[in-house]
Design a protein around this ligand. Structure first.
Ligand SMILES: [Zn+2]
Length: 199
């Protein structure tokens, strides 16, 4: 199993290829498919948004068996999400966890809108549960920012908050991070440049 730094480098290198339109589309051969029938050894777990413009295997130029993917709208945490991250760490030996946000995140925009107009109670309970997970991030944004900057900062704060919340709520992951066994990195996907910017 590769360590966290190597894993991060692999993601960075893959994204560079994608940015430069030089993707090599690795690990899609019949041989790879056959080798993955009975086991998987992904090198990273990435929690990102469900947004259709952020497909992880494409933006990181990765293939089958490479990334343990968890996606929710706004990459919000839930017990199931944390359990999935733990599964990847405990049972698959993954050393790198990435929390990846992205520009123009609809979930964050909706959260900002309902937060500012105080209309959270007008939406469905399931959608509400997602937006409520983003509210603590919005509360950290300077309210004097112009609309555009406010949205941008809310997106950044949402990555910061979800990463921090993971460590607050998941004692198992937090312990492993403290001991240096695993690493949590925060990043943002730039829709214009296709680049993943590590915080
Ligand atoms: Zn999004």
């Amino acid at each position: 199993m590769i360590d966290a730094k190597e894993a991060l480098q692999r993601l960075v290198d893959g994204n560079k290829r994608f940015v430069n339109n030089a993707s090599i589309h690795p690990n899609r051969s019949q041989e790879t498919k056959d080798s993955l029938v009975s086991k998987q050894t992904p090198f990273a777990v990435v929690l990102s948004c469900s947004d259709s413009r952020v497909p992880l295997e494409i933006i990181f130029d990765a293939g089958l068996g490479d990334i343990f993917v968890i996606r929710t709208a706004g990459h919000v945490l839930s017990q199931e999400v944390m359990g999935s991250i733990e599964y990847a760490v405990v049972h698959l030996g993954v050393k790198l966890i990435m929390i990846l946000g992205h520009d123009n995140c609809g979930a964050v925009h909706s959260a900002v809108e309902t937060y500012k107009s105080k209309t959270l109670d007008t939406i469905s309970p399931n959608l509400k549960s997602i937006l409520m997970e983003i509210y603590p991030a919005i509360e950290k944004v300077n309210e004097n920012l112009e609309e555009d900057d406010f949205h941008k900062e809310a997106i950044r704060q949402n990555v910061e908050y979800q990463a921090k919340d993971l460590l607050v709520k998941d004692a198992y992951i937090s312990k492993k991070v403290d001991s240096g066994e695993i690493m949590v990195v925060k990043a943002n996907y730039n829709l214009k440049t296709s680049e993943v910017e590590i915080f």
